[in-house]
Every structure is written in C-alpha cells, then in structure tokens.
Design a protein around this ligand. Structure first.
Ligand code: CA
Length: 219
C-alpha cells in the first residue's frame, strides 16, 4: 500500500515514515501543502496522511480542493491542535479519520488498515482466497495452517492481487503501488516478485494475462 505523508515537522515526519515502512507500507513524504497538491494531481496513492498546520497552503485547503476535484482517496488528518472545531472542520471537509498528536504509531497503522479495509469493502481483517489467508495487521500469509514467509515486496504484491481477485493488474500499476520515489526498481522487478510468490504458493495461484498483467486465479 502506497501512502502520501504531508508533514512539515522533520522529526515527526521521519518517525512516521520509518514506523510505517517497518509496517510494510510504501511511504512518500512531502513537507508543504503546495507540493502535496502537485503530487496528488500527478501520482496515485492508496491513502493520504495530512497534517493541518502546513506552510504554503493549509491542510484543510488541500483537503477541500482535493475533494472538489472529485478525488476520493482516503484521508487521515494528523493534527497537533486538539480543538474540537479543527477536527469537525476536517471531517466535514472530507477527511475519513483523524489522529491528534502525539499519537502511537501502532494506532496510526491500525487506523490506516481499518480505513483501507472499509474502502475496499473488506469486512474482515484477514483476506482469504482459495485457501490462502493473508493478514495485513499480523503480516502473515498461511495456507492449510502453514505459515508462508514472504519478502516485504512479495507480501505487498500478494495483498494487492488478493484484495481485488477479479482485477487484472498491469506491471506499471503494480510498480507504482509497490515502489515509492527514490526506490530503485529493476526492470524485471515485478516478474521477480511474481516468480518468488509462485515458488512459495504454487505456480497456479497467480496467473499471467498475456500482454495485460497479473491476477489471482478466480475461485
Ligand atoms: Ca505542522
């Protein structure tokens, strides 16, 4: 899952990014409202973490403009202000959730997972498809009671494919979801991860759709 973090405080931003990366998220970070607005127009993210007090353009204005463009990306507001009116304004401007600083990184990660689950219509914390059970919170994949060890990118790819089992994902789209800015991508990276998953899950769990991309085998 690829997140955009908008936070002008260097220490807080670094802590959030490091913590969420440890939790397996791909995190891109910008420090002001104007840059956030630019990248939101040109890049795709699964979720936005938005500080309210930002230089250049306030978080609330970024949020209002985002929603008026019709962008439905899930948004969690991060704010130091604990005035009720800020939270109310944020939610009314289109935020899905908020956290008041200082907050626990585990709580932030759990709220992100809960929000992504709601957005994808996934009612349970674990995703199951053809006997393979993937748990985003516990970071585990199992089949037939056996845990299967995956690399972080293999895990992210499998989660992407299992969340929408009917969807064919192009290589470009997969790369965009798995890699943040500045992360080096080998030209055959997606093929390598698919190969790794097939070695661990069997060759028929992930199908290649020639010239289009990849999907999981339909149930
Ligand atoms: Ca701030």
């Amino acid at each position: 899952m690829r997140l955009l973090l908008v936070e002008d405080d260097a220490m807080i931003g670094e802590a959030i990014r490091a913590g969420l990366r440890r939790d397996g998220f791909t995190v891109d970070w910008v420090h002001d409202g104007q840059t956030a607005e630019q990248v939101l127009k040109t890049d795709t993210f699964d979720l936005l973490l938005l500080d309210l007090g930002l230089p250049g353009k306030a978080g609330l204005a970024v949020l209002s403009d985002l929603r008026s463009r019709g962008d439905a990306v899930p948004v969690i507001i991060l704010t130091a202000r604990d005035a009720v009116s800020d939270r109310v304004q944020g939610l009314d401007a289109g935020a899905d959730d908020y956290l008041v600083k200082p907050f626990d990184l585990n709580e932030l990660a759990a709220r992100i997972r809960a929000l992504l689950r709601r957005k994808s219509g996934q009612p349970t914390p674990a995703i199951e498809h053809l006997g393979v059970i993937l748990n985003p919170a516990a970071h585990t994949v199992a089949r037939g009671g056996q845990d299967i060890a995956l690399s972080p990118k293999e895990f992210a790819l499998l989660q992407l494919l299992m969340e929408r089992p009917g969807t064919i994902h192009s290589r470009a789209r997969i790369e965009q979801r798995l890699y943040g800015w500045g992360e080096e991508i080998e030209s055959n990276a997606v093929e390598v991860h698919v190969h790794g998953l097939r070695r661990k899950l069997g060759t028929d769990f992930i199908l290649t759709v020639r010239g289009v991309g990849y999907r999981v085998r339909p149930s």
